[in-house]
Design a protein around this ligand. Structure first.
Ligand SMILES: Nc1ncnc2c1ncn2[C@@H]1O[C@H](COP(=O)(O)OP(=O)(O)OP(=O)(O)O)[C@@H](O)[C@H]1O
Ligand SMILES: [Mg+2]
Length: 225
């Protein structure tokens, strides 16, 4: 990856995303840097997943600019990944669905998430927590510059969540990569010294039958530490 400036991997400037006539994100600024972890928090529907997809170039933006470092390689754990349980998809096959990698590289990624001793079971038989770790392994296989993790510890129990986040920290140190971590785990966020981006809940164009508002959207990004 070429470094276009000091350490910025991705720079999001005054970004807005409009869908079906309403703004679901607006005036969002954010910068991701090598070796730094940034938490992205906010209520359901605040636009976290949309922002993640926007900065990865997976969805169109309607305002502002997103600049990615040239040649940036990214590992992404989406919030949802539908795997057809009827497909006889093995753990190792899932690791290579999007590209061929040398066996030692696959083993290293599985070891980084503690799945190296599990063999090659069908993905449909994995527990929720094991499946999330597999998604993380899949995101790190090519040793990316940036990891974008959309609620990667969903369905993981409290003790497992701590271990999961310790693993993410080890991976960040090992790869010296940037990490954008979307989470609802406020305890985790409050305990850390890393940057936190809060997407504020916003009101929509449509009258809301429960709250009776017709106010215009006021979504905004705010950076705090
Ligand atoms: N393609 C789309 N068309 C219309 N509305 C959309 C589209 N994508 C997202 N939205 C809406 O935009 C809002 C933000 O969605 P998003 O998935 O980014 O929220 P989120 O912060 O990730 O929420 P959660 O915490 O529940 O995952 C939601 O109200 C959602 O319904
Ligand atoms: Mg989401």
């Amino acid at each position: 990856m070429d470094q276009t400036d000091s350490t910025a991997l991705v720079r999001v400037q005054d970004v807005g995303v409009q869908r079906q006539g309403r703004w679901i994100l607006r005036h969002v600024d954010l910068e991701l840097q090598r070796g730094k972890l940034v938490y992205l928090i906010g209520a359901n529907g605040a636009g976290k997943s949309t922002l993640a997809k926007s900065l990865l170039g997976l969805t169109e933006i309607d305002e502002g600019t997103i600049t990615r470092a040239r040649g940036l390689s990214v590992g992404y754990v989406p919030q949802r990944l539908a795997v057809n349980p009827n497909l006889p998809l093995g753990l190792r096959r899932l690791m290579t669905l999007t590209g061929r990698f040398p066996r030692p590289q696959i083993d290293a990624a599985l070891a980084a998430v503690g799945l190296d001793l599990l063999g090659n079971p069908p993905v449909s038989t994995l527990s929720g927590g094991e499946f999330q770790r597999l998604l993380l392994a899949r995101a790190l296989i090519h040793r990316p510059d940036l990891l974008v993790l959309d609620e990667p510890a969903q369905g993981v129990d409290a003790a497992g969540t701590n271990v999961f986040h310790e693993r993410i920290e080890e991976i960040r140190r090992d790869l010296d990569c940037g990490v954008l971590l979307i989470t609802h785990d406020m305890e985790l966020v409050m305990d850390s010294g890393d940057d936190v981006i809060v997407l504020l809940p916003h009101e929509h164009d449509d009258p809301n039958p429960y709250f009776g508002t017709t106010a215009k959207p006021t979504s905004e990004g705010r950076e705090a530490t």
